[in-house]
Design a protein around this ligand. Structure first.
Ligand SMILES: Cc1cc2nc3c(=O)[nH]c(=O)nc-3n(C[C@H](O)[C@H](O)[C@H](O)COP(=O)(O)OP(=O)(O)OC[C@H]3O[C@@H](n4cnc5c(N)ncnc54)[C@H](O)[C@@H]3O)c2cc1C
Length: 488
C-alpha cells in the first residue's frame, strides 16, 4: 500500500508515541481496541485512511519497534484480561495486553512463576511474543516463545488463525519474534514454571576483567537457573570489563520453611524507598550523576561494594526483586532527560557466538573509551539458540550497553553504534529489534540465514499483500523487500 497523509481524526486520538528510550518519537493516531472485532475495525480504519498500521503493546521497546510515523498505531493494552488460569497445571490463557506483572501476580500465589521474564515487568504478552523476549535464564529456559503453547493471530484479512507447534507450525515460528508484521495477537496460551518459594538463592561473584567475568558465568551455567553479569565500562587496560556476576537458583521443595509467605504478592512488592529516598524521586538524584564523571564514580562504587557482596554466603532474594531490578526506580530513564526526541538513551545490545564473544566485546569497550562515548550501564547474558525464524539468539553471549543521548552527541553516537554493529556482524553476531535503533536496510540479511528470511518475507506477502502492518523499525530494516516499504 502507498501511505498517504492520514485523514484528520478526533484530536484526542492523536498522541506523541515514543520509543521507551525517548530517542525517537512520532505523532500518530492511536487506536485502542477491546476485542477482535475492534482490531478488525482498526485494520479497516487504516485502510480507509490509506495508511499503514503499527502494532504496539506496552511501548517498552527501546527504539522504533512500536512506532509508526507514517500511519496509525494499534495499542492492545486495553485487552488485558486473564481468560483462564489453571493452578493445577500452571497454564495461562491471556488477552494480548496482559502484562508480565499481571501474570506473575496471578500465578505466584499458586506457586507458579512465568518461565521467561524481561528485565522489566511492564511488557505485554503480545509485545513479549512479537519480540520473543529473553530473560536472565535464556541459557537454561530459552525464550518467551518457547513457553508459548498456542496463540490466536488476527490477520490483515480479518481471519483469526490459531497456531501452535502442531497446528500451523510455520505461522507459530514466524509470528513469534516476527516484529508484529504478520498479524495482531489476540489470545496467548503459556506454560509457567512451578516454584516452591517466592525467593531465589543468589550468589554474587566478582571478576577482575571480562575474561574472568565470563569464566565465572560459564562455571556456574550447569548449576544456575539465572545468570547475569554487570560490567564497569570505564576502566582500561587489565581491568577492562571488570564486573559482578549474580548466579541464582530456585529453592527446592522444603528449603523455604514458609512458602505461603514468600509466594504472596505483598512480599514481592518492590520497596517504597531506595537508599533512603522515596523511589518515585530517585531518578532526580540519578540525574545529577548522569554524566561521565558521575557515572564513573557510581560504577566504581558498585565495583567496590561488590567486594563485600561477593564475600558473603549465598542469600535469599524475592523473585521480583531479582528479576526486575530496574523497576526499583520508577522512570529511571528520566535521569537521561525528559524531552522525547532530543534527550534519552539508546541501548546497543549485540549477540555474539561464544568463540568470538570475549574479543568482540573487549574491542567494543575499547572503542567506546576511544570515542569518549562510554556506556553508563552494561549487562552481560548467556544465550542459547531457538527455533524462531527471525531469532536474535545465538549459542553465545549478549552485551547490552546503555548510552546517553543528547542533541550534541546524537550524530556521533549513531555513527559510533553503526561502526560497532559492523564489528559485531563481522564476528557472526546478531541484533534484537526491541533494542535496536541503528541498523540499516540489508542488515537483517547479514545475520538471518537467507532461507529463513525469504520464508518470512514470502509469508508476509501472502498474509499481508498490501503491506498494512508496518512500523518505523520494519521500514528501516526491510526497505525494498516488502510491499509498501520505501523502495518496494
Ligand atoms: C527497562 C527494560 C528492560 C528490558 N529488559 C529486557 C530483557 O531483559 N530481555 C528482553 O528480551 N527484552 C527486554 N526489554 C525489552 C522488552 O521486553 C521488549 O521490547 C518487549 O517487546 C516490550 O513489550 P511491549 O508490550 O512493551 O511491546 P512494544 O514495545 O509496545 O512492542 C514490541 C513489538 O511487539 C509488536 N506488537 C505489539 N502488540 C502486538 C500484537 N498484538 N500482535 C503482534 N505484535 C504486536 C510491536 O509491533 C513491536 O514490534 C526491556 C525493556 C526495558 C524498557
Amino acid at each position: 500500500m502507498r501511505p498517504r497523509a492520514p485523514a484528520a481524526g478526533p484530536l484526542r486520538s492523536w498522541e506523541l508515541v515514543e520509543g521507551w528510550g525517548m530517542a525517537v518519537a512520532a505523532p500518530a493516531r492511536v487506536l485502542r481496541p477491546r476485542g477482535v472485532d475492534e482490531i478488525r475495525a482498526a485494520f479497516a480504519q487504516a485502510r480507509r485512511d490509506g495508511v499503514p498500521l503499527g502494532l504496539r503493546g506496552g511501548g517498552n521497546s527501546y527504539g522504533d519497534a512500536a512506532l509508526n510515523s507514517r500511519g496509525h498505531v494499534l495499542d492492545i493494552s486495553r485487552m488485558d484480561r486473564v481468560l483462564r488460569w489453571d493452578p493445577a497445571t500452571g497454564l495461562a490463557e491471556l488477552e494480548p495486553g496482559v502484562t508480565v506483572r499481571q501474570l506473575w501476580q496471578r500465578s505466584l500465589p499458586d506457586g507458579w512463576w512465568p518461565r521467561v521474564v524481561s528485565g522489566t515487568m511492564f511488557p505485554t504478552m503480545a509485545g513479549a511474543l512479537a519480540m520473543n523476549v529473553h530473560g536472565k535464564n535464556n541459557f537454561a529456559a530459552g525464550t518467551f516463545g518457547e513457553a508459548c503453547v498456542e496463540f490466536d493471530l488476527v490477520l490483515p484479512s480479518g481471519e483469526v488463525r490459531t497456531a501452535s507447534r502442531e497446528r500451523d507450525p510455520d505461522l507459530f515460528h514466524a509470528a513469534i519474534g516476527g516484529l508484529g508484521l504478520l498479524g495482531c495477537f489476540s489470545r496467548v496460551v503459556l506454560h509457567t514454571h512451578r516454584v516452591h518459594s517466592g525467593d531465589l538463592l543468589v550468589k554474587a561473584l566478582r571478576g577482575r576483567d571480562l575474561r574472568e567475568v565470563m569464566q565465572l558465568m560459564e562455571q556456574r551455567r550447569a548449576t544456575s537457573d539465572y545468570l547475569v553479569g554487570w560490567l564497569d565500562g570505564f576502566p582500561r587496560g587489565e581491568a577492562a570489563g571488570r564486573g559482578l556476576v549474580h548466579a541464582a537458583r530456585y529453592l527446592r521443595p522444603g528449603e523455604d520453611a514458609d512458602p505461603r509467605r514468600t509466594l504472596a504478592v505483598g512480599y514481592q512488592e518492590l520497596p517504597p524507598y531506595v537508599l533512603g529516598f522515596p523511589k518515585a524521586e530517585v531518578w532526580r538524584v540519578l540525574r545529577r550523576l548522569n554524566n561521565d564523571a558521575g557515572m564513573r564514580a557510581v560504577n566504581a562504587a558498585k565495583w567496590l561494594a561488590g567486594r563485600v557482596e561477593a564475600a558473603q554466603n549465598p542469600y535469599r532474594q524475592p523473585l521480583a526483586a531479582f528479576s526486575f531490578l530496574l523497576d526499583y526506580v520508577p522512570n529511571w530513564k528520566y535521569a537521561y532527560g525528559t524531552e522525547p526526541g532530543r534527550h534519552g538513551l539508546i541501548q546497543f545490545q549485540s549477540f555474539v557466538p561464544h568463540a568470538a564473544a570475549h574479543d568482540t566485546f573487549l574491542e567494543l569497550l575499547a572503542r567506546c573509551r576511544g570515542e569518549r562515548l562510554v556506556p553508563y550501564l552494561l549487562v552481560l547474558k548467556r544465550h542459547r539458540p531457538d527455533p524462531f525464524w527471525l531469532t536474535h539468539a545465538v549459542d553465545g553471549w549478549s552485551l547490552a550497553m546503555d548510552f546517553k543521548l543528547t542533541p550534541d552527541n546524537r550524530a556521533r553516537l549513531f555513527a559510533h553504534a553503526r561502526a560497532m554493529a559492523e564489528l559485531v556482524l563481522a564476528a557472526g553476531g546478531r541484533f534484537y529489534g526491541a533494542k535496536d535503533l541503528v541498523l540499516g536496510a540489508g542488515a537483517l540479511a547479514r545475520f538471518i540465514p537467507t532461507a529463513e528470511l525469504q520464508r518470512f518475507l514470502d509469508l508476509k506477502r501472502r498474509l499481508d499483500p498490501e503491506g498494512l502492518l508496518q512500523t518505523d523499525l520494519s521500514r528501516r530494516l526491510l526497505a525494498g523487500l516488502l510491499p509498501g516499504a520505501p523502495g518496494a
